[in-house]
Design a protein around this ligand. Structure first.
Ligand SMILES: [Zn+2]
Length: 161
C-alpha cells in the first residue's frame, strides 16, 4: 500500500478530492482533453498505472463472463450479440477497477501531484486556494481550511517575502 500522504511538516494529510465532473473527464483517459489544467497535469502523472489497472480489470471481466456468466445465460441467436454483451461487461468491470484503485494510484504519486496543486497555489490536501497567504516563521504556508503546512518554495505564488 502507498504511504499515507504527509504535508511538509510531516503531518498526515489527505489528498485533494476530485469532483464528479473531474472524475468524468479522467474516465476518458485523455489528459489532453481534460479542461481543468490542474486535473489534466496530475492525470499525466498517473495515466500509465491507470491504464494498466483498467486493462487488468477488463481482462478479469472478460474471464468472469466466459467462465461464470456465459454458461448460465446460454447464447443469443446472434453471435455478435454475445461478443457485444461480453465486451460491455468487461468495460464495466474495467471502469469499476479503475475507479476503485484511483485513490491508491494518486496516493502513490502524491509528491508529484502535490507539486502540481501547490504550483497552482492550491492546497494539495484539500484543494483550497493558498494564494497571498503569509508563511509562518518556518517558511511554511498553513492552509486556512485544513491546516496542512506547505513549504512556500513549492507554491507558485511567491510574491510575499
Ligand atoms: Zn488544505
Amino acid at each position: 500500500m502507498p504511504d499515507q500522504p504527509k504535508d511538509d511538516r510531516g503531518k498526515p494529510c489527505s489528498i485533494a478530492g476530485l469532483s464528479p465532473r473531474q472524475i468524468g473527464w479522467r474516465a476518458l483517459g485523455l489528459p489532453s482533453v481534460t479542461p481543468d489544467p490542474v486535473t489534466s497535469q496530475e492525470q499525466r502523472q498517473t495515466t500509465g498505472p491507470e491504464i494498466a489497472i483498467a486493462l487488468v480489470g477488463g481482462v478479469i471481466g472478460w474471464v468472469i463472463w466466459s467462465v461464470g456468466i456465459a454458461p448460465l445465460i446460454g447464447s443469443t441467436l446472434w453471435i455478435f450479440g454475445d461478443v457485444l454483451a461480453q465486451a460491455t461487461f468487461a468495460v464495466v468491470v474495467s471502469m469499476v477497477f479503475w475507479y476503485s484503485f484511483l485513490g491508491w494510484i494518486r496516493r502513490a504519486r502524491f509528491d508529484r501531484i502535490a507539486d502540481i496543486y501547490l504550483g497552482a497555489d492550491r492546497c494539495a490536501s484539500c484543494g483550497y486556494t493558498l494564494a497571498g497567504l503569509t508563511p509562518d516563521p518556518d517558511s511554511r504556508v498553513v492552509c486556512p481550511e485544513c491546516s496542512a503546512a506547505w513549504d512556500r518554495t513549492r507554491l507558485g505564488d511567491q510574491s510575499e517575502t
